[in-house]
Write a new protein. Structure first.
Length: 328
């Protein structure tokens, strides 16, 4: 069983701690909650007490220097991911980093190269890449039930105007890195890498994107994807896969709960519910732990090549939208 540590003690860290405890309660003892680190010792102690974690650290350095830790989950705001992942790797820690992996491709490549050099595992925890629904969606498409998939539409939006980290460029804010990443990954998982990418956005006074639209085009196959994300409004979160003989509706691209298949006469012909899950995070934990145990440095569900591709993709989109962070 791997000793698992959580770096950060915010809301996403709480979901991961809940996940590990539920995994252990169900008999899936692949990792053990061994430590939590925060910049506040009181916060760490409270977190550790709530989730029955052995060690509580009041600094990240204490966690980096704990030789007993096998795998660290990075659960901090986007702008800290690079430096914290790098510190973990430099201290011989395997890493599961919450999405987005970093804020740009340059940072991502440096981390991936460092992990390869040190023969350590690192991956991006974008949970939709690891969940069973990804395989289920792929199988339905490959079955030919909707003919040839020709167009994807997807959207993800929440009213997040009170979240400071989303509003400021110095915190790597904006809708793209926070929620747009799910729409981009959804389309990429269905249609693959596009030939052309076009984007536009609405910015706030600080210059970060609050709503955006991205279009993928695939020249040789006449396929396309239209993807929207927003930090200003609540969206339906649907992912639609339009085929020559029908279409598939995926409920909630942020954590797919079901898919419905319709024929070309708009009749519902099939519905599949997502397998029951603990929180949805357990799949990335399981795959990460299994990869580490067999000496792999990446996950098959989100290989390093794909992490770097998606970061380059978002860099190109931000460049089109005229968004640059002050620390870049």
């Amino acid at each position: 069983m791997l000793n698992f540590a959580i770096l950060g003690a915010g809301s996403i860290a709480r979901v991961m701690a809940t996940t590990i405890n539920k995994m252990n309660s169900s008999g899936n003892n692949i990792v053990k909650l061994a430590a939590v680190a925060s910049r506040s010792l009181d916060k760490s102690k409270q977190f550790a007490s709530e989730f029955n974690i052995e060690k509580a650290y009041g600094s990240y350095d204490e966690l980096y220097n704990d030789p007993s830790i096998d795998l660290v989950y990075i659960a901090t705001p986007h702008n800290f991911h690079y430096e914290q992942c790098k510190s973990c790797l430099q201290h011989k820690k395997n890493v599961l980093c919450e999405k987005p992996f970093t804020v740009n491709a340059k940072q991502a490549k440096e981390l991936l190269d460092l992990a390869a050099e040190k023969k350590l595992f690192i991956t991006e925890g974008i949970w939709t890449r690891y969940q069973p629904m990804r395989r289920i969606i792929d199988e339905e498409i490959k079955s030919g039930i909707i003919g040839h998939p020709m167009m994807v539409t997807a959207n993800l939006g929440y009213n997040m105007t009170r979240k400071e980290r989303l509003l400021k460029p110095e915190l790597a804010g904006g809708a793209l890195l926070d929620v747009g990443i799910y729409a981009l990954n959804f389309a990429n998982m269905v249609l693959g890498d596009p030939d052309e990418v076009d984007s536009s956005c609405i910015k706030n006074a600080s210059g970060v994107d609050m709503s955006n639209s991205v279009t993928f085009t695939y020249k040789d196959t006449a396929k396309m994807a239209v993807l929207c994300s927003s930090a200003l409004c609540v969206s339906d979160r649907f992912g639609m896969i339009h085929g020559s003989e029908g279409f598939i509706m995926v409920e909630n691209i942020n954590n797919p709960q079901s898919l419905k298949v319709f024929d070309k006469a708009y009749n519902l012909i099939k519905e599949i519910k997502a397998p029951e899950q603990l929180t949805g995070f357990e799949y990335e934990v399981e795959e990460s732990a299994k990869a580490i145990k067999i000496g792999e440095i990446q996950c098959s569900s989100m290989p390093h090549e794909k992490i770097l591709y998606m970061m380059n993709l978002m860099d190109s989109i931000r460049a089109q939208m005229g968004i640059k962070y002050p620390f870049e």
